[in-house]
Design a protein around this ligand. Structure first.
Ligand code: PMV
Length: 336
C-alpha cells in the first residue's frame, strides 16, 4: 500500500508577464518578468489503482504502472501532459518505483497567449511532485520545472519558470541568476489578449533563423535589448514610469525587427497608446498572444475604461509576489 495514501498535495504557480527581453533571453541576454495572479494548480493524491490518472478540464488520461514503472505507450500526442509526464519520470528515477496517483490540473491561465501557461503548469507539477515525495525546495522545483518545460520547447531560457517559482518582479539572466526588483510606487499594466494562439517553439525557431542568417544585425539588436533592460531596471526602482513606458515601446520595436509581431498586436498597441498608455509592447513569444500597456497612475480609471471599451478582452494585471504555493492535507480529490 502507498504510504502517502489519503494525503494530498496541491501546488499552484502564477502566470507571468515578460516586461523586457523576451527572445533575447534565449541567447543569454537579461529579461525582466513580473508574476501575475492567474494561477495553475496541480493536485496529487495517491490512489489504490495501479495507474496514474490525470484529469485536466474535459480531458482525462490513465497511464498504467507496471512493476512500479510508468508505461509510456501513447503519450507523445498528449502535449498538455508533458510537464506532468516529465515530472513523473524524474520522480520515478529518483524513487526507483512509483505507485498509483490521481493528478488534477486546474488553470486560470489562457493557453498560448504569452502569459507563461506552460511554465505555470511545469512549476505547479514539479512543486506538487517534490512536495509529495521529498522536502519543499524552490531551487529543486525550479530545476525540475525548467527541465519539464524543455520537453515542450527545447530552447527555453527558463525565465518563465523562474518567475513562476519565485513570484514578484525579477531581473533574470540565464547564466548569472536573478535579482528581485523592489518597487515603491504602484504599477499598473493592462493585458490585452488577441485570442490568436501561438506556439512559443515556432517563434523561437523563427528568431533562431534570423540570428543565423544575419548574425551582425542580431548582435546589434541584442546589445540594444541589453541596454533597454538595464535602463528599465533603474526606471522601475526609481518609479520613473514615463521613462519605463518609452523603454517598453522601444523594446517592442526590437521585437518587430525579429518578425514576431502581428497586425492584431500592432492594432492593440495603437489603441492603447491613443487611450493614454505610457508605453506598450507584445509580451512573451509574440505572433499573436498578448499586448501589455503601462498605465499612468494619474487618470488610470479613464484610460483603463477607454481601452476596455475598444478591446473587450483586456484586463488589469494584478501582480503576484508569492510564486509557488503549496498546501497539504487529507483527501482533497473527492471524485475522479
Ligand atoms: O510566450 P511565452 O509565455 O511562452 O514566453 C516565451 C518567452 C521567450 O523568451 C520567447 C522564450 C523563452 O524561453 O524565454
Amino acid at each position: 500500500m502507498n504510504e502517502n495514501h489519503g494525503m494530498y498535495v496541491r501546488a499552484s504557480a502564477p502566470a507571468k508577464l515578460t516586461l523586457f527581453g523576451e527572445h533575447f533571453v534565449v541567447y543569454g541576454s537579461p529579461a525582466i518578468l513580473a508574476s501575475i495572479n492567474k494561477r495553475t494548480s496541480v493536485t496529487l493524491q495517491p490512489n489504490m489503482m495501479n495507474s496514474v490518472r490525470i484529469k485536466y478540464g474535459g480531458m482525462r488520461m490513465d497511464v498504467p504502472i507496471i512493476n512500479g514503472r510508468v508505461h509510456k505507450i501513447g503519450m507523445s500526442s498528449r502535449s498538455f501532459l508533458y510537464p506532468i509526464l516529465s515530472c513523473l519520470f524524474d520522480i520515478q528515477t529518483q524513487l526507483g518505483s512509483l505507485s498509483g496517483l490521481d493528478v488534477l490540473i486546474e488553470s486560470q491561465v489562457p493557453h498560448g497567449e504569452g502569459l507563461g501557461s506552460s511554465a505555470a503548469s511545469c512549476v505547479a507539477a514539479a512543486g506538487a511532485f517534490y512536495s509529495l515525495f521529498f522536502k519543499k525546495d524552490r531551487k529543486k522545483i525550479f530545476k525540475a520545472a525548467a527541465h519539464a518545460e524543455r520537453t515542450i520547447h527545447k530552447h527555453s531560457s527558463g525565465a518563465d519558470c523562474f518567475a513562476s517559482t519565485y513570484g514578484g518582479i525579477l531581473h533574470y539572466r540565464p547564466t548569472s541568476g536573478h535579482r528581485r526588483i523592489s518597487i515603491k510606487k504602484k504599477i499598473l499594466f493592462v493585458i490585452c489578449t488577441t485570442g490568436i494562439k501561438h506556439r512559443t517553439q515556432n517563434l523561437v525557431l523563427r528568431v533562431k533563423r534570423i540570428k543565423e542568417n544575419s548574425p551582425t544585425e542580431f548582435r546589434e539588436l541584442a546589445k540594444r535589448a541589453n541596454n533597454i533592460c538595464s535602463d528599465a531596471r533603474r526606471a522601475l526602482v526609481f518609479g520613473n514610469y514615463e521613462a519605463l513606458g518609452i523603454l517598453l515601446t522601444e523594446n517592442h520595436e526590437l521585437l518587430k525587427k525579429l518578425n514576431v509581431s502581428h497586425p492584431k498586436l500592432e492594432e492593440f498597441i495603437d489603441i492603447c497608446m491613443n487611450s493614454g498608455a505610457l508605453g506598450c509592447k507584445l509580451t512573451g513569444a509574440g505572433g499573436g498572444g498578448s499586448v501589455i500597456a503601462l498605465i499612468p497612475n494619474h487618470d488610470s480609471r479613464n484610460i483603463i475604461s477607454d481601452i476596455g471599451k475598444k478591446i473587450p478582452q483586456s484586463m488589469l494585471a494584478e501582480l503576484d509576489f508569492d510564486g509557488i504555493q503549496i498546501a497539504q492535507g487529507l483527501n482533497s480529490i473527492k471524485k475522479f
